[in-house]
Ligand binder design. Structure first.
Ligand SMILES: NC(=O)c1ccc[n+]([C@@H]2O[C@H](COP(=O)([O-])OP(=O)(O)OC[C@H]3O[C@@H](n4cnc5c(N)ncnc54)[C@H](O)[C@@H]3O)[C@@H](O)[C@H]2O)c1
Length: 263
């Protein structure tokens, strides 16, 4: 029987309080699905993710790895091989956020542009590049990239993020055809999701009003929870998705494909 080992990048639980993050929820869900999980992040809160997985009876290892560094990625992959016997699922979920990247092209410095692409796109490329040979050796599996509809329906002054996310969909399609049938690659594209990082510095009341305001834009009338993204990753990583390859699934309650005005 094929082993079930997953490596999830950007899988720390929140920044400081262990609050929700998309990668954290994905790692926890994959462990519930029977995967042994290598939890990768630069933040210490990756240990919180491992703690939760273990509390649930699962197996996981925390690895401090920066996805801009080949050496770190190879170390994480080596741990997957040595401790868990290989790799059958890669989830690329990192993203770099900084004040300097929230700009239009003219105001985005070359440094911010390069640093953001190095994580948001380069990190996905690098992890795929070095993980795929191990996945093939382990008998095949799945790769799942986390993107965002902000790459196809852009917002003002968020240029480099949009470019990185649009590129991830192209990366997904090319991996999908280059490595099928041994590896299926798909993309999960959530729109606004409630995470600890974006709650920082806002009071409870401010948060309630903020979420209410955002929810107006979404057909479901509420914001997305990290578990709702993890559920889709869980499906794509499973044999239930055995004929789905090169696809992007939008987890946005129908927002991307709809216009909200009335006639
Ligand atoms: N939260 C949202 O509303 C939303 C919407 C659409 C897409 N996404 C995508 O979901 C994914 C997860 O983001 P999130 O919203 O949970 O935010 P997050 O900030 O909680 O998660 C991103 C994680 O990536 C890690 N990271 C950043 N640079 C890294 C590096 N060089 N090496 C290793 N780890 C690094 C961070 O430490 C962090 O834990 C991202 O790809 C993001 O673009 C988020």
């Amino acid at each position: 029987m094929k082993i079930k080992v997953a490596l999830v990048t950007g899988a720390a639980m929140g920044y400081k309080k262990g609050g929700p993050s998309i990668g954290g929820s994905i790692a926890i869900q994959l462990a519930k699905d029977g995967f042994k999980v290598v939890v990768v992040d630069v933040l210490k809160m990756r240990e919180k993710t491992v703690e939760i997985i273990k509390k649930n009876g699962g197996e996981a290892i925390s690895v401090r790895a920066n996805v801009t560094k080949k050496k770190d990625i190879l170390t994480a992959l080596n741990i997957a091989k040595e401790k868990f016997g290989g790799l059958t699922c890669l989830v690329n979920c990192v993203a770099r956020y900084s004040a300097g990247m929230a700009n239009n092209v003219v105001k985005t410095s070359e440094d911010e542009w390069n640093k953001t692409l190095d994580v948001n796109l380069g990190g996905y490329y690098r992890c795929a590049k070095y993980a795929i040979p191990l996945i093939l050796k382990s008998g095949g599996g799945t790769t799942i990239n986390i993107s965002s509809p902000k790459g196809i329906r852009v917002i003002r002054n968020f240029a480099v993020y949009a470019v990185s996310k649009a590129a991830i969909e192209a990366l997904t399609k090319t991996l999908a055809i280059d490595f099928a049938p041994k590896i299926r690659t798909n993309c999960v594209s959530p729109d606004f999701v409630r995470i600890e990082n974006s709650e920082r510095g806002r009071s409870k009341e401010e948060l309630e009003n903020w979420y209410k305001e955002i929810a107006r834009d979404y057909p479901m009338g509420r914001v997305c929870e990290t578990q709702e993204v993890a559920n889709v990753v869980s499906f794509l990583a499973s044999d239930k998705a055995s004929y789905i390859n090169g696809e992007t699934i939008y987890v946005d309650s129908g927002k991307t494909h709809s216009d909200r005005h009335n006639f």
